[in-house]
Design a protein around this ligand. Structure first.
Ligand code: FE2
Ligand code: FE2
Length: 244
């Protein structure tokens, strides 16, 4: 499991974990993210049960376990949060922030000690020390209850499955040639994203934010001009069921 620093300003930093060479071949490669503040940390989309031991050892090399006070699950998928039952034992006093509509489903992954903090449909803000982390609605992209995480100081948007690409496990971390990258994203967005109006709504909402990096849960990070290129491309793409 590789670890990459994406942002650092004093005690505030962002890390990405991924490109796990040891993962079983048939499971999709995922990116996990961690925001660290002075005394707390938020672990985002911590991944599947298969990744748990690799993730735990990578994460505790960076921060002591008791500092990870918050977990975020953008939606209910197994590649996002099927490791929950094991995190429940590793981080029993933490709080899981996840869409309210998925609480009774996500609890099937096993959750005895962690506290579930349901995110309302309109989203909300988590403040850890001085760092504001906004849970931004991204419903139907692809899950019917789904959020992104935006950090206005780091100018990073953690976009979950939006911007995802199907890649080799040793793919570079950042998009290098946007046009070439389209092939790896197109089918994923057309098939997994069901609604054009939800997509266009999201693009409008995201264009208002100041963003240096869009960090998806699969594939590569969009940086600099590629952020706008991605928003333009996604806006123009027809997704989901095309009504005849
Ligand atoms: Fe998903
Ligand atoms: Fe995913």
């Amino acid at each position: 499991m590789k670890t990459q620093k994406l942002f650092e300003n004093g005690s505030h930093s962002w890390l990405m974990f991924g490109r796990d060479n040891d993962k079983p071949e048939q499971i999709i490669d995922t990116n996990q993210y961690l925001v660290i503040s002075k005394n707390n940390a938020l672990l985002m989309d911590p991944g599947g049960i298969e990744l748990f031991s690799a993730m735990l050892s990578a994460v505790i090399k960076q921060v002591p376990a008791e500092k990870i006070t918050h977990i975020f699950a953008s939606h209910q998928d197994p590649d996002i949060i099927s490791s929950l039952g094991l995190w429940d034992q590793a981080l029993p006093s933490s709080t899981l922030h996840s869409p309210w509509i998925w609480e009774s489903f996500i609890r099937h992954f096993g959750m005895e000690s962690i506290t579930y903090a349901p995110i309302p449909d309109a989203g909300n803000v988590l403040k850890i020390d001085g760092v504001h982390l906004e849970f931004i609605p991204a419903h139907y992209l692809h899950s019917s209850g789904n959020f992104n995480v935006y950090d206005s100081e780091a100018k990073i948007l953690m976009s979950g499955d939006i911007g995802a690409a199907l890649e080799e496990v040793d793919a570079p971390l950042y998009v290098e040639d946007f046009d070439e990258h389209i092939d790896k994203m197109k089918m994923f967005h057309q098939r997994w994203m069901p609604s054009n109006s939800a997509k266009n709504d999201w693009v409008k909402r995201i264009r208002k934010l100041d963003i240096d990096m869009i960090c998806p849960q699969h594939g590569r990070i969009f940086k600099g001009d590629d952020v706008q290129r991605f928003l333009d491309w996604f806006e123009a793409l027809e997704v989901g069921l095309i009504e005849k």
